[in-house]
Design a protein around this ligand. Structure first.
Ligand code: GTP
Ligand code: MG
Length: 283
């Protein structure tokens, strides 16, 4: 029986932790037993009760306070994640061996973890060896995608993680609730964009960059890489549309949408949830 994992990644402040807590609440609303794992050793605050918290293994503040190591915040985070990479057994112990488990991983934002350092790729491979199907969600703050150049640079960051992680990948345009009416209309063209049209808008760039953008537009078009799913957490329909895309990527079986929460009970029985009874061993 597969297990399912959403890997929530994206630049610092793009809304990853907020998404995890909103998605957890949404899953509760639809009676899906999901759990969040905090993988950010620098996280100071998150609005959910994690089923596992990397800070119990290692914390950035402790690493930075070490007088021999002398790391700053970024070096400290890399050190923590490399330490985590050597201790996946800790995660295994925290997660247990729950069939059919559904986990949402709240990841750190530093891009180097996905491009230069092998730890996140190793995490993916380890989770796969524990029967997890994985989907990466790459969040980009909608407030930054204000013009074509920013769009192309956002896409390149998303692509670099996608190439490295090699798992199904969904781009999410976060914080849509913060956009006014006009900005919402303006951003439409970036959600399911026509790269050639966007290219036409970068005529003001120097010929060198126009050429680069043209090459990128072709790449994006050839591989159908660019769709963004808009996310407005104040709108339940937006949350459920995103979850449908994730379910498709994970090949999540809708028939098993109602399942036993982890802590519901060991003694075997079926649990009534939302009017339907499903036992742990049901297919
Ligand atoms: N209005 C609105 N604010 C949001 C949303 N998502 C996140 N925020 C705000 O944006 C800020 C950053 O959100 P976080 O969820 O901490 O972002 P993060 O990606 O986890 O940040 P790091 O862990 O530091 O990389 C916080 O002030 C959130 O309240 C959203 O969908 N709508
Ligand atoms: Mg966070």
């Amino acid at each position: 029986m597969p297990r399912y994992a959403q890997l929530v990644i994206g630049p610092a402040g793009s809304g990853k932790s907020t998404y995890c807590s909103n998605m957890l609440r949404h899953c509760e609303n639809i009676h899906r037993a999901a759990h969040v794992v905090n993988l950010d050793p620098a996280a100071e605050y998150f609005d959910y009760e994690p089923v596992a918290d990397i800070k119990e293994l290692i914390e950035v503040d402790d690493v930075m306070a070490d007088e021999e190591l002398r790391f700053g915040p970024n070096g400290g985070l890399v050190f923590c994640m490399e330490y985590f990479g050597q201790n996946f057994d800790w995660l295994k112990e925290q997660l247990g061996d729950v069939e059919d488990d559904y986990l949402i991983f709240d990841c750190p934002g530093q891009i180097e973890l996905y491009t230069h350092i092998p730890v996140m790729k190793q995490l993916v491979e380890t989770l796969q060896s524990w029967d997890f199907r994985i989907c990466a969600l790459f969040l980009v703050d909608s407030q930054f995608i204000v013009d074509t150049s920013k769009f192309f640079s956002g896409i390149m960051t998303a692509l670099s993680t996608m190439v490295n992680l090699e798992v199904p990948h969904i781009n999410v345009m976060s914080k849509m609730d913060l956009l006014g009416k006009k900005a919402k209309t303006d951003i439409e063209k970036f959600l399911d964009p026509d790269p050639q049209l966007l290219l036409a808008e970068s005529q003001h760039l120097s010929p060198k960059f126009q050429k680069l953008n043209a090459a990128l537009a072709n790449l994006i078009e050839d591989y159908s890489l660019v769709r963004f799913i808009p996310l407005d957490p104040t709108d339940e329909e937006s949350m459920s549309n995103l979850l449908i895309s994730v379910d498709t990527a994970l090949q999540y079986d809708e028939d098993q949408d109602v399942r036993i929460p982890r802590d519901a009970d060991e003694d075997d029985g079926d649990v009534e949830l939302g009017g339907a009874g499903f036992g742990a061993g049901d297919d």
